[in-house]
Design a binder for this molecule. Structure first.
Ligand SMILES: NC(=O)c1ccc[n+]([C@@H]2O[C@H](COP(=O)([O-])OP(=O)(O)OC[C@H]3O[C@@H](n4cnc5c(N)ncnc54)[C@H](OP(=O)(O)O)[C@@H]3O)[C@@H](O)[C@H]2O)c1
Length: 291
């Protein structure tokens, strides 16, 4: 029988890839959007688009309704609408979970971050892990998905390379295996049908941050100019920033500086190659800049 899945965070980079992969796998996808104009984003693969604010508990019972699964990829990344991680990454997901429990949904799946359980001191991952704790204690089948950095995160490095310089933490030799949104979506769809509870994963290739930076310059045909930031000074900055700046400033910054300074490797899956994505994105960015 066809299963209905409520997909929250459907408009995001990962959410859109998830919507397509779920629809291709035979799920009936009900996509949650928060603005009328976003219905067009999900139209290619959603059987139904429903509009509600996940931050408002009272708006969610009808939205969840008879869904068999709720899958949430809701979280603050670069959104700048003043909301806190606690209000979105924790509370909005908790509202969805409460609605799922009220409506008798059997399965709740949530996209957290690779290694987040070891970074509870950072505001972004603290809010996510607080929700993971609630989800794991709830009387519902739970699946926690933990992707490594998604390809679109590296647009920021390309943008830096375009301006002529990339800044890295330490020697830039921390290792990671980023994953494309499409490969991450495929891994998540497979996990939904398996008895997995906590699913860490990364892409097929291991890189250092320095290798990614060098690739950005090579693709853009620009001279390599990498500056390195002292690891100890960065660690002190990461500790101080929350006292000196609002969360909208320090939240993403402390997360990215921390990630650049430590290895982040998940079980490998997928096939998409980061260099291909960087080349395609650089070509698109050049066209956008020329327009
Ligand atoms: N990017 C990565 O490398 C990475 C790696 C591991 C885990 N993750 C996690 O995976 C999830 C998806 O990541 P992504 O890269 O696809 O992020 P994204 O493109 O920014 O998508 C985030 C989604 O959350 C929604 N959202 C944000 N603030 C909201 C609010 N106040 N109320 C309701 N919805 C809100 C967004 O809706 P709008 O489109 O309306 O803004 C969007 O659908 C996030 O939780 C992220 O932390 C990301």
């Amino acid at each position: 029988m066809t299963q209905t899945i409520l997909l929250a965070g459907a408009t995001g980079h990962l959410g859109q890839a998830l919507g397509q992969a779920l629809s291709d796998a035979g799920y009936r996808v009900r996509a949650l959007v928060r603005r009328e104009a976003q219905r067009a984003i999900v139209a290619p693969w959603a059987a139904q688009a429903v509009m509600a604010q996940a931050t408002e508990r009272g708006q969610l019972d009808d939205v969840v309704g008879d869904a068999d699964i709720v899958l949430s990829a809701i979280g603050i990344t670069l959104q700048n609408d003043g909301a806190t991680y606690d209000a979105v990454d924790y509370a909005a997901n908790r509202n969805l979970l409460d609605a799922a429990l009220t409506e008798g949904v059997g399965h709740f799946a949530y996209v957290a971050s690779l290694g987040g359980e070891r970074m509870r001191d950072l505001p972004m991952t603290a809010a996510k892990e607080k929700f993971v704790d609630v989800l794991n204690a709830a009387p519902i089948r739970a699946t926690v998905l933990r992707p490594n950095a998604l390809f679109h995160d590296f647009e920021a490095l390309l943008a830096q390379a375009m301006t002529g310089r990339i800044a890295l933490v330490g020697d830039g030799l921390a290792r990671l295996n980023p994953i494309s949104e499409r490969d991450a979506a495929a891994r998540i769809v497979a996990a939904l049908a398996a008895p997995e509870r906590d699913v860490p994963f990364g892409g097929p290739e291991e890189w250092t941050w320095r290798e990614i930076a060098e690739t950005c310059f090579r693709i853009l045909n620009k001279p390599e100019n990498i500056v390195t930031l002292d690891r100890e000074k960065i660690a002190a900055t990461v500790e101080m920033l929350p006292q000196l700046t609002p969360e909208t400033v320090h939240g993403a910054l402390t997360f990215h500086l921390t990630m650049m300074g430590q290895d982040s490797l998940g079980p490998r899956c997928g096939a998409d190659r980061l260099a291909d994505w960087l080349a395609a994105r650089a070509a698109a960015m050049k066209l956008e800049a020329a327009a």
